[in-house]
Design a protein around this ligand. Structure first.
Ligand SMILES: CC(=O)SCCNC(=O)CCNC(=O)[C@H](O)C(C)(C)COP(=O)(O)OP(=O)(O)OC[C@H]1O[C@@H](n2cnc3c(N)ncnc32)[C@H](O)[C@@H]1OP(=O)(O)O
Length: 212
């Protein structure tokens, strides 16, 4: 007997939520609704309905509903994901059908892997992270929770990225580098040395940005 795909409720209804919903559609979700704190003023995002606000999670939840946080900001995504778990919601993991996932890879709950991303063998991807379009994580990668690897980023083998770090579009990181937690790596950077927690770096080679 065919089983029915659960409903999917997405927290967030902005640009990132569109990509999440599109990925979910391609994975077979049919009943997709978003939550936005501007509801009921905001009724829809493209063809997906907005069905409530983030204060309505409990009343919108049931045993046949999957949840996903579609907020680009790493800290906000972490907070909302913790809230969903505390409310007993089932988080799903979304891996686009065109992504290539190697053997012995683990991917945590609430993580999004977008089109043409490649995660090579023996990598570990944490919870609530975003592996954006066409990024690649090479063998033995260790990506923490609530990280965002932007489109086209290249991580060489055995790169470690700690929690809530953002690596900007098109950046490259050489092998065996450790990038700390809550780091920002600017677009198009080349990282050739370890980066400490909370640093903001950019350029080729990546260097600390001046404090504002
Ligand atoms: C699907 C999606 O859209 S996913 C999102 C993808 N988006 C990205 O990857 C964006 C990444 N963001 C960046 O690169 C940003 O420039 C940041 C976060 C690094 C810095 O942003 P801000 O804090 O606003 O810095 P600001 O623009 O004021 O620049 C500060 C200095 O850093 C330099 N700088 C900023 N970004 C970079 C960069 N990527 N590479 C080299 N230098 C940079 C600027 O030239 C400036 O230098 P100056 O003081 O000598 O003039």
């Amino acid at each position: 007997m065919a089983t029915t795909k659960p409903k999917l409720r997405i927290v967030g209804a902005g640009g990132h939520a569109k990509v999440v919903a599109d990925c979910a559609e391609q994975l077979g979700y049919k009943d997709i609704g978003m939550l936005d704190d501007n509801y009921p003023a905001t009724q829809a995002c493209e063809h997906w309905p907005v069905v409530g606000t983030s204060s309505q999670i409990t009343e919108l939840n049931d045993a046949h509903t999957h949840w996903f946080v579609a907020i680009g900001n790493n800290a906000v995504r972490a907070k909302l994901q913790a809230q969903l778990l505390a409310l007993g919601c089932t988080l799903t993991t979304l891996v686009h059908p065109s992504a290539v996932i190697g053997g012995n890879v683990s991917i945590g709950a609430g993580t999004l892997v977008l089109a043409n991303a490649v995660v090579n063998a023996f990598s570990r991807i944490g919870q609530g992270s975003i592996l954006n379009t066409a990024c690649s994580i090479d063998h033995d990668g260790d990506i923490g929770d609530f990280v965002h690897i932007a489109p086209g980023v290249r991580l060489a083998g055995a790169v470690r990225v700690k929690q809530k770090t953002f690596i900007g579009i098109g950046s490259c990181v050489i092998q065996q580098i450790t990038i700390g937690s809550e780091v920002t790596v600017g677009a198009g950077s080349t990282v050739i040395r370890d980066i400490p927690d909370q640093a903001r770096v950019a350029g080729n080679p990546a260097r600390a940005l001046q404090q504002k």
